[in-house]
Structure formats: C-alpha cells, structure tokens
Design a binder for this molecule. Structure first.
Ligand SMILES: C[S@@+](CC[C@H](N)C(=O)[O-])C[C@H]1O[C@@H](n2cnc3c(N)ncnc32)[C@H](O)[C@@H]1O
Length: 292
C-alpha cells in the first residue's frame, strides 16, 4: 500500500494518574491548515455507523460479532487483555502502515514546545510519544488500566492518566490540542466524547482525530473489506493475545461512519472549520477541527 493520499474532505492502577494540567498558551493552526477541506456544504454521505448501527449482545464474556454495542467496562477489559502485545499486533495487522499513519498524525497536530496536548484513548502511549518528542507537555489518557500500566512500564516519564473520554478529568480550556488515534470508534458515546474534547480545548485550539474510515475507491474498498473479514481474524489469532478483540476491530470498522458523516458529528459537537484528509486510500482518515 502506498503513502498518504491528498484527498481533502469538504464539507490504571491509580499510580498512573496525574492531576489535570492548567494554564494557557498560543495555539497554532498551521498544521490543520494543510487540510484545506471543510465539512460545510457536504452532501449526505453514506453513514454505516452511529451508535444505532452497532451490533448487539455478548456471550460468555467473549466479544462476538454481535457485540459491538459493548458496555464501557467490557471495552476496557478487552484492551486490558491485549495490552502486552497491542503494539506488535498493530504493526502486523496494519501491514506496517501504522507507523506511517502515526507520522501523519504528528504532522497534523504539529505540537510545539510549551503547548499542552491531550492524547485521548492513548492506550500504551505509543500515539502520545511524538507530541512529547516535539516538546509539548503531553498527557496520555485512557480508561484501560491494563493499557496504562503497560505504557507506564515502557515510558515511566509520561504522565499517564486514567480517565473516561465521556467524562474527562480535566478543567475547561486546559489544552492547546486534543488528539485521539484509533480510539474514538471504541468509545461508547462518540458524541459525548467529541463534546468533552471541545470542553477541555482552549478557544482557538485544535482537535485531530485519526480513525479507520472507508476507502474511497470502490474496487479497493471491496479488497479491503475482504481483508478485514477474512484475512485479519486468522492473522490476529496468530499474533494477538485476544483474537476476539480483532474480530471486534473488523466489525467496528465496518460499522463506523464514513468521512463526511464523522465530519458532521464533529460540527454537531461544536467544532468549527472541520475538514479531513484520507490516508492509504481512505483506510484511515484524519479529521481536524477548531474550538471557536
Ligand atoms: C485501539 S486503542 C488505541 C490506543 C492508541 N491511541 C494507539 O493509537 O495505539 C483504543 C483505546 O481506546 C480506549 N478507550 C475506549 N473507550 C474509552 C473511553 N470511554 N475512555 C477512555 N479510553 C477509552 C481503550 O482503552 C484503548 O486503549
């Protein structure tokens, strides 16, 4: 698979908990300016998702095809189980693309020294490291204590914070930028999370969402869907400590809103100047917005 497309959308154990940051700083909009599209005026794109589109049920504690509508504690438990091998599994299942996607997120966020960045649903913190490396005070936040513990073991210097994305343990206007990589799809109430992200972002601050999306070229979409439904589960069985989690992954990607639909959700939550950019043909999309 190739690199980035230029498709522009129009339209814890408690030892990992730290206190919420405070303070203000000058936000930058240059990175997000690279996404020149806007969600304004976008037509009604197909939406396969939204909370109502997810599956139902859970059997014997196992995540099954019909269990996309999981309770938050079930989601946290699922990630607790995969924490130790999470990053390795990601690299394998994304066929090496995960690293490329992370580089693009870092470019889009464009974190600066002195800024405060919240990496929400940060898991083991792999998605947080680039912002800290850029000199920003970076807070990885997640509600899976297993993921946070694994992250703290690897990067003890980072202020891993236990928190639920729908009720963030941070003050209003606390961050210059809020970002979330491969996490929004897992949050039980997407719209509540988008509103919370806005609440903790200072006026003029930015959000960058990196999430699986829908390939834009129909033949490629067909091949990709085959990969998700047929090749990914056996691959996951080979490398993951909890292959069921990756059946869930495939199902949840298919059920997730497409690029224009997610852009509208951001707007509805109150984000302005919303735009997106496709990566790897739309397998992943980066959405951005600004706090008014
Ligand atoms: C696929 S992992 C992504 C981790 C990391 N951002 C990355 O890019 O590797 C999704 C994460 O979302 C977290 N998550 C799901 N729902 C959450 C919620 N309501 N609040 C906080 N974290 C949540 C899970 O615990 C999990 O660690």
């Amino acid at each position: 698979m190739g690199g980035t497309d230029e498709t522009l959308g129009r339209a814890a154990s408690r030892d990992v908990t730290v206190s919420a940051p405070s303070g203000r700083g000058a936000p930058t909009s240059r990175a997000a300016d690279r996404m020149s599209g806007s969600a304004r005026g976008e037509g009604e794109g197909r939406s396969r998702g939204g909370p109502g589109a997810r599956g139902r049920g859970c059997h014997n504690g196992r995540v099954t095809r019909a269990s996309l509508d999981k309770q938050p504690h079930e989601v946290a438990a699922m990630f607790d189980k995969v924490a130790a091998r999470y990053d390795l599994t990601n690299d394998v299942l994304s066929l090496g693309q995960a690293r490329l996607w992370r580089r693009e997120v870092a470019r889009a966020v464009d974190a600066r020294p002195g800024e405060r960045v919240l990496d929400l649903a940060a898991g083991t913190g792999t998605s947080s490291v680039p912002f800290a490396s850029a000199g920003a005070f970076t807070v990885p936040c997640d509600f899976s204590l297993g993921m946070l513990r694994e992250g703290k073991r690897r990067e003890p210097w980072m202020p891993f914070t236990a928190g639920d994305a729908t009720r963030l343990p941070f003050a209003d206007d606390a961050f210059d930028a809020v970002t979330i990589s491969f996490g929004l799809r897992n949050i039980s109430d997407t719209d509540a999370a988008l509103r919370e992200m806005l609440r903790v972002t200072k006026p003029g601050g930015r959000v960058v969402i990196c999430e699986f999306s829908h390939p834009t070229w129909a033949p490629f979409r067909t091949v990709y869907t085959e990969y998700l439904m047929r090749a990914l589960p056996p691959l996951a069985t080979a490398v993951s400590s909890n292959p069921d989690a990756y059946v869930y992954l495939a199902e949840s990607i298919r059920a997730w809103p497409d690029q224009p639909a997610l852009a509208r959700r951001l707007q509805d939550a109150g984000w302005t100047r919303v735009a997106w950019r496709n990566l790897t043909g739309g397998i992943v999309a980066l959405h951005r917005g600004f706090a008014a």
